[in-house]
Design a protein around this ligand. Structure first.
Ligand SMILES: Cc1cc2nc3c(=O)[nH]c(=O)nc-3n(C[C@H](O)[C@H](O)[C@H](O)COP(=O)(O)O)c2cc1C
Length: 222
């Protein structure tokens, strides 16, 4: 009887030890504060599909051209300023005609009969080379084309530009800046030399032209 009591007691003790061993010690249990932040960052940012290919199959679409392009040549910055305002007002892109050989102040001296600009303007066949990257005119439906007046006309580099591209299907709108001269026959010269494109009547602006004046002009063209 005593022996069987001892066996029973041993069995009971064994059961109690076994039950306690199934629980982690208090020190190993997660603390309340750890629970919300313990998740790995990857788990919270992974997409629902989890597929590594998800979203990478579509090819990047080519950047569409703005429909409006504002082309300009500017020797001393006045036409550039007007071109930038026009681009902002129309949402157009800008393209600067940069001469392959920049014009120095001496080149621009209209009092010198032998200055580069005087010699070029006296020769209607002169075609100064363009140094800026070639333009891709595809996708532009309207091109504003700006320049300073030199000796009453467009600088000859503008003729180099219009002869370099095919403007079929494009509407071209000349604009110029000057001290006082009007646009004269510059727009017609450009249209004749381009031999392509739908050329509208151009307009002359002074250095101080306002955005409101430019806006009114743009609206008048519609
Ligand atoms: C070589 C040369 C010739 C010019 N001829 C004329 C002209 O015939 N009539 C006029 O009003 N302004 C004339 N100008 C002044 C420019 O047209 C004017 O300053 C223009 O706004 C300059 O533009 P930009 O700063 O974009 O080069 C001439 C300027 C130069 C450099």
């Amino acid at each position: 009887m005593k022996k069987s009591f001892i066996i029973l007691l041993a069995a009971a003790l064994l059961f109690v030890f076994a039950a306690c061993a199934a629980q982690p010690p208090a020190a190993e249990q997660p603390k309340d504060t750890e629970a919300p932040t313990a998740e790995p960052i990857e788990a919270s940012t992974a997409g629902p599909t989890g597929s590594p290919d998800a979203g990478s199959t579509a090819e990047a679409a080519p950047e569409p051209h703005s429909e409006v392009l504002v082309v300009y040549f500017s020797a001393t910055g006045t036409t550039k300023g007007v071109a930038e305002k026009l681009a902002a007002l129309t949402g157009g892109e800008l393209y600067e005609i940069v001469p392959a050989e920049p014009y120095s102040a001496a080149n621009l001296n209209w009092n010198d009969r032998n200055s580069r600009s005087t010699i070029e303007q006296n020769d209607k066949a002169s075609r100064p080379a363009i140094g800026s990257d070639a333009l891709d005119p595809a996708g532009y439906s309207t091109v504003y084309i700006g320049f300073p007046i030199w000796w009453g006309e467009e600088p000859r580099i503008m003729d180099t530009f219009v002869e370099s591209y095919d403007f079929d299907g494009v509407t071209l709108i000349p604009f110029c800046t000057s001290s006082s001269s009007g646009i004269g026959r510059s727009g017609r010269n450009l249209a004749e030399n381009a031999k392509s494109g739908n050329w509208l009547e151009g307009k002359r602006f002074g250095a101080g032209v306002t955005e409101a004046e430019l806006r009114a002009w743009i609206d008048s063209l519609k």
